[in-house]
Design a protein around this ligand. Structure first.
Ligand code: PLP
Length: 397
């Protein structure tokens, strides 16, 4: 079995990575150290699986990048992956190719919600969940997640209260949850589906973080009882797990034909039609050939997690990292340190040269949280932790 190399990173200047871009990082932290390590935007610095690189090289060398269509092989790769990885039985008709999960969120709002309708979010949550509402002039209703012993729980009483009183038409549900990595249980997902059905709220489940599970089991919303599938839209892609976000493809799975048709009508209005050539090839290859790469990548990130957990426990009194049950984005509660998150992020950028994510980017209820990104080499994580620990010791201990 091939042993993949995650220590040699890609040159992130060639893809003009936003995460590593000087100008973009300086716009956030004008006095950031020149040799900064970016642990913010959620993509990984690893080279994509060699199988994907080979498929893309073939396309690149062939020299034809003209118009294409969603091939039968692409549909089958999605159907097979969903079955093999998540035990989801997906019908061909249910699948629609899209240009990204965030664009899909915008499109579903346009397709199904009237201007006066609102969207319920359990916050904190990935920022674009709110942008999909705000960019389309729809209101957001935030229900704070309950933080009990450093683990998030859904606040059923408040969710039900808001559904009853404010009658949101849709909820974006992040499963697993970004920013905490929390993997919701089957009971929790079922409870959510029950409330959505009772109050006529469309359940839109974002499952883009479901492929890298550190502590399972992960339950997809497609595992819900049949009665709930009629009120469900599932968005996902291989973009997070296989680092293909820049190829701008994703897909939706919508069992209810009426909702699917309304959604697709909005595609027609925006001429969302065929995939891009490399995107489709990369997605098929990821799903057909890269399971082993993903397993090794997940194991590699677990090692980064260990390094980070140990560093936080030994060097940052007052920092508490949530148990990262999925993905590669640890969520750290720094409130007990008594120092505000903006100050810490700025100090880390300027003095340690480590760029971290700040709670502000997660809609609401994330004061005094930082988000890190472990999608890089052990050496980079070790260096980042050492630099941060040195600065913390000098300035705050
Ligand atoms: C929960 C969640 N959904 C969607 C996305 C982005 O999806 P896409 O690049 O396909 O728009 C991200 C990226 O970090 C994410 O965390």
């Amino acid at each position: 079995m091939e042993k993949y190399d995650f220590d040699s990173l890609a040159d992130r200047t060639i893809d003009n990575a936003r995460k590593w871009d000087n100008k973009i990082v300086h716009s956030k932290f004008p006095k950031v150290r020149d040799d900064f390590i970016p642990l913010w935007i959620a993509d990984m610095d690893f080279k994509a699986a060699p199988e994907i690189r080979n498929s893309l090289a073939k396309v690149a060398n062939n020299g034809a990048y003209g118009y294409t269509y969603s091939t039968e092989r692409w549909y089958q790769s999605v159907i097979n992956w969903q079955l093999k990885k998540h035990n989801n039985h997906v019908e061909h008709d249910w699948i629609s190719l899209g240009y990204g999960t965030v664009p899909n969120m915008h499109i579903i709002v346009q397709a199904l919600l009237k201007p006066t309708d609102s969207i319920l979010l359990n916050t904190p949550v990935y920022g674009p969940f709110a942008y999909a509402a705000e960019h389309n002039d729809r209101k957001v209703i935030c229900v704070p997640l309950k933080n009990i012993n450093n683990r998030y729980y859904l606040d059923w009483e408040k969710i039900e209260y808001e559904m009853k009183e404010k009658q949101p038409k849709l909820t974006f549900f992040c499963n697993p949850h970004n920013p905490s990595g929390r993997v919701w249980s089957k009971d929790e997902i079922t409870h959510m589906a029950q409330l959505c059905q009772k109050y006529n709220v469309l359940l839109v489940s974002d499952e883009v973080h479901s492929e890298q599970i550190m502590k399972g089991p992960f339950t997809s919303s497609l595992q819900l009882d049949k009665q709930y599938l009629d009120n469900l839209v599932m968005f996902t892609s291989p973009n997070k797990a296989f680092n293909l976000g820049g190829l701008k493809l994703s897909y939706s799975i919508i069992p209810n034909p009426k909702i699917r048709e309304q959604f697709r009508q909005q595609y027609v209005r925006n001429s969302v039609t065929s995939p891009n050539v490399p995107g489709q090839v990369a997605m098929i290859t990821a799903y057909e050939k890269c399971d082993e790469w993903l397993k090794q990548c997940t194991a590699y990130i677990k090692e980064n997690l260990k390094i980070t957990q140990e560093a936080i426990a030994s060097s940052f009194p007052g920092w508490k990292m949530m148990d990262m049950e999925s993905s590669y984005l640890p969520w750290v509660d720094i409130s007990a340190s008594g120092i505000d998150m903006h100050t810490i992020a700025q100090v880390m950028a300027e003095k340690a040269g480590v760029v971290v994510g700040i709670g502000d980017d997660y809609v609401a209820n994330a004061d005094n949280f930082l988000r890190l990104n472990l999608g890089t080499s052990h050496a980079v994580i070790e260096e980042a932790m050492t630099r941060m620990a040195d600065v913390w010791e000098t300035m705050y201990q």
